[in-house]
Ligand binder design. Structure first.
Ligand code: PAF
Length: 283
């Protein structure tokens, strides 16, 4: 595995691979790897001849007062994991390489970015889209792998790629969970033992809503109420950011689950802001 820090070097190696007829999979990450990241890397490894993993805690996607400084970092351990997962390149740029002091170009998908997480993180997805597009341009990846836990992120990236006519195919992998249902997240380490003990209820309540839909309930209002009632009893340490029933592609709020629908949420558990979602109904 080559460890690259310079974006020009990354572009040169990837151009060489393409010239040689080798296709490239990209797994963009912010590091502090857990089994969810390993799954994204293993999947990327299977999809193409070459696997590029990027590890960059992207300052542009953190708002004022968010956890950019505190975000867990462990480059040495991450490099060993990326190597074990079969990465050909681990790209770990400095922020000054990705964003020059007079950096001025942003990519935004405002309609989709304002929904859900965008309500409390208004500049987050602009930062995500910008860095992801830069990584796509540097690698000219044939395929890129994202986690379905960040449902809104992968939906926005799909739209960006479609709108800009980019050739990169987007693949999403199912959320990897602890045995008790808690979605794996680098931010889980922020929780106290008491918060961690309650956190599985986030997904358990989403599953409860899923079961209600399977049992014939379709009212988004009633589904939300049922989840909020459960959380009031079983998740007292949680502070709700949002809980919404939306269309999986447009992210528009739905009144009724009579077609494709997800339930998505963000809940603050102390210092950790945790997101999760469940597909209530597919196509
Ligand atoms: O999902 C993440 O870890 C980040 O948002 C991403 C896609 C690596 C962009 O910084």
């Amino acid at each position: 595995m080559q460890l690259l820090k310079n974006s020009k070097e990354l572009a040169d190696v990837c151009r060489g691979w393409h010239a040689d007829g080798q296709d490239i999979a990209l797994t963009p990450t912010m590091g502090c790897y857990h089994a969810g990241h390993e799954d994204l890397m293993h999947y990327g490894r299977m999809l193409a001849k070459r696997l590029v993993v990027s590890l960059f805690v992207n300052p542009a996607q953190f708002g004022p007062g968010e956890d950019l400084q505190a975000y867990p970092r462990n480059a040495e351990r991450d490099a060993a994991i990326a190597k074990k997962c079969g990465a050909d390149i681990l790209f770990m740029p400095e922020a000054t390489d990705m964003y020059m002091p007079d950096y001025a170009t942003w990519v935004d998908v405002p309609e989709l970015s304002a929904a859900l997480c965008g309500q409390s993180r208004p500049t987050h997805f602009r930062g995500v889209c910008t860095v992801v597009l830069k990584l796509f341009l540097l690698t000219m990846a044939d395929v890129a792998v994202f986690g379905a836990k960040d449902w809104q992120q992968q939906t926005i990236i799909r739209r960006m790629v479609r709108d800009l006519g980019m050739p990169t195919r987007i693949e999403a992998r199912p959320t990897v969970r602890e045995a008790d249902g808690l979605a794996l997240s680098s931010r889980n380490v922020y929780m106290t033992a008491d918060e961690r003990a309650q956190a599985p209820e986030i997904y358990q309540a989403l599953r409860y809503a899923g079961d209600m839909v399977a049992g014939g309930e379709s009212s988004a209002t009633l589904l939300r109420k049922a989840v909020l009632r459960r959380w009031a009893e079983r998740l007292p340490l949680g502070r709700l950011d949002y809980l919404a029933v939306v269309h999986p592609d447009t992210l528009s709020p739905l009144d009724s689950v009579d077609g494709p629908a997800i339930m998505a949420c963000a809940v603050r558990m102390g210092k950790a802001r945790l997101i999760d979602n469940i597909l209530l109904r597919g196509e």
